[in-house]
Design a protein around this ligand. Structure first.
Ligand code: LLP
Length: 452
């Protein structure tokens, strides 16, 4: 069982404060909450709820801001590989591809999604501790930019598969720098007890082994220390300093190093936490790795896509509980699991114009799923909500739809892309036929038996 979210102790940001930091969202006197130039009410009328809504302009703007931060830090050769796990929607990937993004993928499905969205294989990096033989073969057949190997065992496997195919795999070695990124334990990846990468002390010998093995071209070192990193740049600085020292050691041993993959992890302010800017990340890279004269790669997911998306939901009804007022919405933890899984705070804005100025009182915002953990917010100041009233869950563009499930036999929600005054459904709401598709009864159960 998931414990209910703790009630926040200091006051939440107001609706106006939440809007001020999210320029793609505005409040219109007649239309209510608007994304770019499209009122959410219009999307709900045509597509229904719950629906994920993404702002193409925000994706472009944030990608551009990251690009500029790298350029301004003298890292013009850096490449940005969007972490597809954050949002594998093809339209989202297409917008980012058109802006110049490559992809960081961790599965065959993500590799296929990136290619289907038009991201060239030469801009795709494949990470992850559990790449299967089939996935490694596909990566080689597609001739992607590089595989990030996470263990000595995987290095041997890649060598055997590539040599067997008469191919050469470009492989970077992911190291585990044993630093604490001071983020949620479930998304910390750079501690020695985590499953990711190889101990940095083992890296020189393993890298030399990579250079000696058939079917492998060692191309560099990769590091990724965690996600939603907001506690300053210290962990990044330490990690990049360790990687810089490793690269110098490899070079001194005569081993080729072509690039460094700096990972992702840059956090965003969901509530009012002071989150670092991309300039700070670019600066940490510059300080730790700048003097190596190597191109770097970045694998950001959340920083680009998180703020660009909203989960639009309708109020089913308000319920007066014994101790609390519950606002029950038609989205559940099966749609947006982050509050249940990471105690995550997401802003919630009412959509109707009058709701944004109505008197507020604390509410528990809950979904319909039969778990107490299906709670989006506790003690959240919201106006009285009538059935059918719309609400927007903010910053749901990363690890939102991507992590959704059909728990409680609830179909996957639709996805919509907004681009200026236009919007389009970019993923249909799952139908009930599709929900049950693929299931079959075994022959011996095909004829219903009489009940007891
Ligand atoms: N590169 C690697 C190797 C990763 O494992 C990840 C994220 C990223 C890049 C992108 O990290 P980002 O820039 O998005 O922080 N479901 C969790 C987040 C899991 C992150 C997993 N790895 C959440 O909802 O907070």
């Amino acid at each position: 069982m998931t414990a209910p979210l703790p009630a926040p102790t200091d006051p939440d940001p107001s609706f106006a404060e939440l809007l001020a930091l999210r320029p793609h969202l505005t409040r219109h006197a007649f239309d209510g909450l608007v994304m770019e130039e499209v009122p959410f009410a219009r999307i709900a009328e045509t597509v229904g709820t719950p629906t994920w809504v993404y702002s193409a302009g925000t994706l472009r703007r944030r990608f551009g801001a990251l690009r500029r931060a790298l350029d301004d830090a003298g890292l013009a050769a850096a490449t940005i590989h969007f972490a597809v796990k954050a949002n594998p929607n093809l339209a989202v990937l297409r917008v980012l591809a058109a802006a110049g993004a490559g992809a960081d993928v961790v599965s065959e499905g993500e590799l296929r999604a990136a290619r289907a969205a038009g991201i060239p294989a030469s801009a795709i990096v494949f990470s992850g501790v559990g790449k299967t033989e089939r996935e490694i073969r596909l990566a080689l057949a597609e001739d992607i930019l590089q595989l990030n190997a996470e263990s000595a065992e995987e290095v041997e496997a890649i060598s055997a598969i590539a040599a067997g195919l008469g191919r050469t795999a470009r492989v970077a070695l992911r190291v585990n720098p044993d630093v604490d990124a001071r983020t949620h334990a479930k998304i910390t990846t750079g501690r020695s007890e985590n499953k990711f990468g190889v101990a940095i002390s083992d890296a020189p010998a393993l890298y030399a082994r990579m250079a000696a093995l058939p079917g492998i071209e060692p191309v560099g070192v990769a590091v990724h220390i965690g996600s939603q990193i907001t506690a300053g740049m210290a962990a990044y600085r330490t990690a990049y300093a360790k990687v810089g020292a490793l690269v110098r050691e490899l070079r001194a041993a005569g081993l080729p190093v072509a690039r460094v993959d700096c990972g992702g992890g840059l956090g965003i302010p969901y509530r009012d936490e002071p989150a670092p800017l991309p300039e700070a990340l670019a600066g940490a890279i510059r300080v730790g790795l700048g003097d190596l004269g190597l191109p770097v790669m970045l694998e950001p997911g959340r920083w680009i896509a998180g703020p660009a998306g909203v989960l639009l939901a309708s109020v089913v009804r308000e319920k007066r509980g014994a101790t609390h007022r519950f606002v029950v919405v038609d989205a559940g933890m099966n749609d947006l699991v982050r509050p249940a899984m990471y105690e995550a705070w997401h802003g919630i804005l009412p959509v109707a114009p009058e709701a944004l100025v109505a008197p507020l009182s604390p509410a528990e915002v809950v979904g319909p799923v039969c778990e107490t953990g299906d709670t989006f917010a506790r003690g959240r100041a919201l106006p009285a909500m009538q059935p059918g009233a719309l609400v927007a869950f903010l910053d749901a563009g990363a690890y939102g739809a991507a992590m959704s499930s059909t728990y409680n036999a609830r179909p996957l929600a639709a996805e919509v892309l907004v681009d200026g005054a236009r919007f389009a459904v970019v993923r249909d709401r799952q139908g009930y036929d599709a929900l049950l598709a693929g299931q079959r009864l075994p022959a011996w159960l095909a004829t219903p038996e009489p009940g007891p």
